[in-house]
Design a protein around this ligand. Structure first.
Ligand SMILES: NC(=O)c1ccc[n+]([C@@H]2O[C@H](COP(=O)([O-])OP(=O)(O)OC[C@H]3O[C@@H](n4cnc5c(N)ncnc54)[C@H](O)[C@@H]3O)[C@@H](O)[C@H]2O)c1
Length: 264
């Protein structure tokens, strides 16, 4: 058998919601694995810091400041990546928004904003990257979902419904792109102490009339079978595994990274 020739082509990645939290960590880990990484977010300052850290790894970075809820924004971000690197190999749809709102006080504004980012923008990004990947006959897309997508959480229904939408889009995109060798999977992180999680739990405590925030947080942590919250870095490792290392036969999968909280 001929010796395998190592593929040294830097893989071209786009990570959304990469101004901090999980997105920044995924971008950095991809950069350390030799990818060229474009990072996009509504928060330009956070992106500049992410790009600075990517630069320290020696990888190329591209900053795309964008409000993904605007029509055409996801497509424009993908176009920018393709214009710079002539293609796109990896898309991580990580940008997310959620707000605590009791079901019977639901507002049009909260639902619209949540669905615009978590569902519509994600679908448009999958479509735009998927069209390029179809021509390339290769590519991987990873969508960030949540254990909440399969739970009844009456204080967080717009968010959980939007993540059920992510699961649905992942399945459809995986089937649409399978004939071209493009893989689409999702990953459900458990509780990670990011900005989003922290402010959500403060609001959740308030909505439940709990003034003892730390006790409330500890109770929630105790519900996790592994008995602790997830490190952002370990969740990012699993995302990067799906992007770079998962077998070529794995598509339409939903990977649980929630310490046993989410099981099936
Ligand atoms: N933290 C957790 O415990 C947890 C659990 C399950 C799932 N998730 C999911 O993980 C992903 C990352 O979340 P995180 O915890 O790192 O939170 P985060 O708030 O750090 O990241 C979300 C990012 O999305 C960006 N964003 C928000 N609105 C945007 C818009 N209109 N256009 C472009 N970007 C926008 C934010 O600026 C932010 O940088 C999200 O999809 C979230 O739903 C998080």
């Amino acid at each position: 058998m001929p010796a395998e020739i190592p593929d040294t082509t830097p893989r071209r990645a786009l990570v959304t919601g990469a101004a901090g939290g999980l997105g920044r960590e995924v971008a950095l880990q991809l950069a350390r694995r030799g990818c060229a990484v474009a990072v996009t977010d509504i928060n330009g300052e956070g992106l500049t810091e992410t790009a600075r850290q990517i630069g320290q790894t020696g990888a190329e970075a591209e900053i795309i400041v964008s409000d993904f809820t605007l029509e055409g924004a996801p497509e424009a971000a993908v176009e920018k990546v393709v214009a710079r690197w002539r293609g796109i190999d990896i898309l991580v749809n990580n940008a997310g928004y959620g707000v605590i709102e009791p079901f019977l006080d639901a507002t049009f504004k909260a639902w619209t904003r949540t669905l615009a980012l978590n569902v519509t923008a994600l679908a448009m990004a999958c479509k735009a990257a998927g069209r390029v990947m179809r021509e390339q006959r290769s590519g991987r897309i990873v969508n960030i979902t949540s254990p909440g997508s399969r739970m009844a959480l009456p204080d967080y229904t717009a968010y959980t419904a939007s993540k059920a939408g992510v699961d649905s889009i992942t399945r459809a995109a995986a089937v649409a792109l399978a004939p071209y060798g493009v893989l689409v999977n999702s990953l459900a992180p458990g509780m990670m102490d990011t900005e989003m999680q922290r402010s959500t739990e403060v609001d959740l405590a308030r909505a439940n009339g709990r003034n003892d925030l730390q006790a409330f947080l500890d109770e929630r942590t105790r519900r996790i079978p592994l008995g602790r919250r997830a490190e952002i870095s370990e969740v990012a490792e699993a995302v990067v595994w799906l992007c770079l290392d998962a077998p070529q036969y794995m598509t339409a999968e939903r990977l649980n990274m929630s310490g046993g909280l989410d099981k099936d």
